[in-house]
Design a protein around this ligand. Structure first.
Ligand code: AFP
Length: 353
């Protein structure tokens, strides 16, 4: 593969087999890239495009919508409606999935977070878009339950990160590959083929303001990282928190790390902050295809059976050896092997079984 000359389209043609579904999947991913270019142009203009700030509306999550949330969602919906390959769409910004009207080959369902990290928009910090592609049902319009596939059944997944450069990182199940937008010609160029996440890391990402709400195994892991070489880890760690999952995951793909947004007691009614279908699952596929792991702390994210489109889940992902260590701490907590880390905050063990 020649760096600098391979466009996304050319890469997909070379990467995918010649089957009809592969050709359609490649065309769908080119449609995704088209929406990403439109969103990139809007974010790059910032205040000049009048796209900053919030609306009076809330999404199904009860979150105030940013103007760019809605504009980004519209960019994706319009692209897929024109592209004629998606049968149905589900989005963080839409209460329910929508069936694509008009002429469509209807081979795929696309589930997406059109603008992740939108609390960063007004302060000019990196944001992103996340997408997941699954097969549409044959010969009939999609129903809501058709979206509820475990993440391991995704046909493709990826994200765009609107940073100093706009990049797309995608997987079709054959590795994870990065493309950088050449704005002058409007093409995504292969710049990071076969990304591999280092198995070890000394960098963790978590919102430590939630520390008192975490389960003991997470408290244990983070306490050891903070203790650094004075304790069992024997080396110092660094911490990052950008409050934009896409930016955190991208950093981890580039240099390793572990990202955690675990289930916590801050709102016991919520089994996590991040959404399974359009954050955890697509990022889980991207990370696994790059040699990392994506876990709830107790199970592989891609094996979770969804029960509703906007459900939330705890997420621990990144460098394999660190994610495995956090999973081990969860096992030791659940079996009572780690007596000294049983915090009164979580005395109701059964809550997390
Ligand atoms: P927003 O899209 O509402 O900004 O949420 C972003 C996000 O879902 C994820 O991208 C971040 O990692 C996480 O939330 C940040 O959560 P905190 O604001 O609690 O740190």
């Amino acid at each position: 593969m020649h760096l600098g000359r391979t466009t996304l389209s050319k890469f997909l043609i070379q990467e995918l087999d010649g089957s009809a579904q592969s050709r359609h999947l490649a065309a769908l991913l080119v449609d995704v890239a088209s929406a990403v270019k439109a969103i990139s142009a809007m974010t790059a203009k910032g205040a000049l495009a009048g796209v900053l700030g919030s609306l009076e509306t809330e999404n199904v999550q009860g979150e105030v919508q940013k103007k760019l949330d809605v504009l980004s969602n519209t960019a994706f919906v319009n692209t897929f409606q024109l592209g004629g390959l998606a049968a149905g769409l589900a989005s963080e910004e839409m209460d329910d999935p929508v069936t694509v009207q008009g002429k469509t080959e209807g081979r795929f369902l696309v589930i997406f977070d059109p603008l992740d990290g939108s609390s960063n928009i007004d302060v000019n910090v990196s944001v992103g878009s996340i997408f997941s592609v699954i097969a549409a049902p044959e010969g009939r319009p999609p129903q809501p339950q058709d979206y509820l596939n475990p993440g391991r059944e995704q046909l493709a997944a990826g994200y765009a990160v609107y940073g100093p450069a706009t990049m797309m990182v995608i997987t079709v199940g054959k590795g994870t590959h990065g493309f950088t937008l050449d704005r002058e010609v409007g093409n995504f160029i292969l710049t990071h083929p076969n990304i591999q996440i280092p198995a070890d890391t000394s960098e963790f990402a978590i919102n430590t303001s939630n520390e008192r709400f975490w389960e003991p195994p997470v408290q244990r892991y983070v306490a050891e990282c903070k203790a650094g070489k004075t304790d069992v880890r024997g080396r110092d760690f660094n911490m990052r928190w950008i409050a934009s999952m896409v930016a955190e995951v991208h950093r981890i793909l580039m240099r390793g790390g572990i990202f955690m947004y675990p289930r916590d007691m801050k709102d016991p009614s919520k089994p996590g902050r991040l959404r399974l279908m359009y954050e955890a699952n697509p990022m889980g596929m991207v990370v696994e295809q790059a040699g990392g792991l994506a876990s709830t702390g107790r199970s592989r994210i891609l094996d979770v059976q969804p029960d509703q489109i906007h459900q939330r889940i705890g997420v621990i992902l990144g460098s394999r050896n660190e994610v495995e260590r956090v999973e081990r701490y969860h096992r030791e907590y659940d079996t009572g092997e780690d007596k000294q880390y049983t915090s009164p905050l979580f005395k109701e063990r059964s809550l997390y079984q």
